[in-house]
Ligand binder design. Structure first.
Ligand code: GLU
Length: 547
């Protein structure tokens, strides 16, 4: 037995399983040509950042487009950050966005798939088996520096011992003899496991990123921690082992991991693993309202960074996903123009098409996309979605919508069902209550110019005298037109031409008076429909309102 093997035995006397046995439990996946295996590996922190969701969405599409596999791995090793219920929140968000996994662990702890457990905190034994192997080969070592000594002390120690070359960060414990290790262990001291880097701080390496192409960087020269003293692996070790055993072929992760990729690659080599392919996706940016500068979208400043925001505001799922595709790949916008009626799922993107430039979250553009998505819904569908939204976020509204179903379905159908050019005005369900406030309550503010008031009063008075509910839009319009002409308000057969004296006589203008009286607004959907929704009594009450 070598000294390294003896140290490994000393550290892990109870670990008897070999790495080969573990590999036998995780056989290589049988993939067809071109099929990829991707994964989404979130840490359950209680909320989902749009950047993380972006990765899930990319991974999902990559797998789907190659008839491949996507699995979900919960990275819950950081117990300090662990939040009750966080996993359920995560599953709920992914589920609502239609991101379905081929392999995962159910909330009640059952693994679906052969490569589990799919939750890292249940894989600790596996990490130790690999740690033991690395120690036994002299590629990793136990470190007894106490946390309580403070990081600064350890750093100082490193400085004094190794200041001949500050490019590298060798750990003071890297060359402890078997006897020294034994002394620490006999003292009952806990230990972390560190990688014994083979680099000196002078080497550079190249690696390939599927989005960014070839990247050259300084090779790792740090004895970084593989297992903390509580036996928990920080990201790197768990990543190397899990993605290898679980057969990931492409790891999609945030750009912030590029700087640690050299360390990950050294670890893969030490473990004797084939490196996997990386796809570091750019971080989503925003233009800062105050400074006008481009910056990373952030949970603290931007509500839209949190995926819950889209539910809270009632954005259709498809609006969000279409916008993400738009940010991800400029080809999508052209495709959408040429295929306005196809579902976004028909758009197939290749990994090479993913933009390498940080995409910009532009609220106006997002809302425009959402308006298009909503414009394609039938009135019934829009009503149903609005009601579902209200049930979750506005119970009193939901009650009104249910009790007046007929009225609100008609409201949602306005300028929509059967319209050649459906109105593109609604971008989320949260805005609908305000947008249609005149249906709920009589308006109290009127968008009418001061100078128009006398004329409006005069016309509405006359209009009301003979008012009866019209039977159709055409009937309503020809009645208004007739009355306007009779009263001398419309003097030509081209309805919107001004009369010689003033615009008095312009039918468009008198329609505006009716519109403002009924809705408070100069702009609204078809007045005839609004009248039928309000009913005769309410319509008359509003028309009798003298400005
Ligand atoms: N748990 C890591 C994160 O949420 C996963 C990174 C990865 O996908 O490899 O950032």
């Amino acid at each position: 037995m070598t000294d390294y093997q003896k140290i490994a035995e000393l550290l892990y006397p109870t670990i008897k399983t070999s790495v080969e046995e573990i590999f036998a439990r995780y056989p290589k996946r049988n993939l067809k040509e071109g099929q990829v295996v991707t994964r989404f590996a979130p840490s359950p922190t209680g909320l989902m950042h749009i950047g993380n969701f972006f990765q899930a969405f990319i991974s999902y599409n990559l797998a789907k487009n190659t008839d491949g596999i996507i699995f979900l791995r919960i990275e819950d090793t950081d117990q300090k950050r662990k939040i009750e219920n966080a996993q359920a929140v995560l599953y709920d968000i992914l589920n609502r966005f239609g991101i379905k996994f081929d392999e995962y662990q159910t909330l009640d702890g059952k693994d679906v798939g052969l490569y589990g457990p799919y939750v890292q905190s249940q894989r600790q034994e596996i990490y130790k088996i690999f740690a033991k192997k690395l120690v036994s080969e002299g590629k990793a070592f136990p470190c007894f520096c106490k946390k309580t000594e403070g990081k600064d002390d350890v750093l100082k120690l490193r400085e004094t011992k190794f200041n001949e070359d500050d490019e590298k960060e060798y750990d003071p414990c890297r060359n402890l003899s078997y006897e020294e290790v034994k002394k620490h262990i006999d003292n009952g001291e806990s230990f972390a496991i560190r990688l014994k880097t083979q680099n000196t701080g002078k080497e550079r390496i190249k690696f390939y990123d599927l989005i960014k192409g070839e990247i050259e960087a300084k090779a790792n020269a740090k004895d970084f921690v593989l297992l903390k003293s509580d036996g928990i692996p920080p990201y790197a070790f768990a990543h190397a082992i899990d993605d290898t055993l679980m057969g990931t072929t492409i790891a999609v992760r945030g750009e912030e991991y590029i700087s640690s990729t050299p360390a990950h690659l050294e670890l893969f080599e030490a473990l004797g693993f084939e490196p996997i392919k990386y796809c570091h996706n750019p971080l989503i940016c925003k233009i800062d309202d105050e400074t006008g500068n481009r910056r990373k979208i952030s949970k603290r400043h931007d509500p839209e960074a949190n995926m819950m925001y889209y539910f809270e505001q009632g954005y259709p799922i498809d609006s969000v996903l279409e916008y993400l595709l738009n940010m991800l790949n400029s080809g999508f916008e052209i495709w959408r123009k040429n295929n306005p009626d196809l579902p976004w799922q028909d758009f197939r993107f290749d990994i090479n098409d993913i933009t390498a430039v940080a995409p910009l979250f532009d609220t106006n553009k997002f809302n425009d996309i959402s308006k298009n998505v909503i414009a394609k819904m039938s009135g019934e569908q829009l009503y149903k979605n609005w009601l579902d939204y209200a049930k979750e976020y506005d119970a009193p509204l939901a009650e009104i919508l249910v009790n007046n179903k007929d009225k609100f379905v008609r409201l949602c159908q306005m300028d929509r069902d059967g319209a050649v050019k459906p109105r593109k005005d609604i971008y989320n369900y949260a805005m609908m209550k305000n947008y249609f406030d005149y249906i709920f309550d009589r308006p109290i503010k009127f968008e009418l110019e001061e100078k128009d008031i006398p004329l409006a009063n005069e016309f509405l008075n006359e209009y009301l005298k003979n008012f009866k509910m019209p039977g159709s839009n055409e009937e309503w319009f020809s009645e208004v037109k007739l009355l306007a002409e009779k009263l001398g308000y419309a003097v030509d057969n081209k309805l919107f031409k001004k009369s010689p004296e003033s615009y008095k006589g312009n039918t468009a203008k008198v329609c505006e008076f009716i519109r403002v009286a009924l809705t408070g607004r100069k702009n609204s959907p078809t007045l005839y429909t609004i009248m039928t929704i309000l009913g005769e009594e309410e319509t008359k009450k509003r028309l009798s309102h003298i400005f």
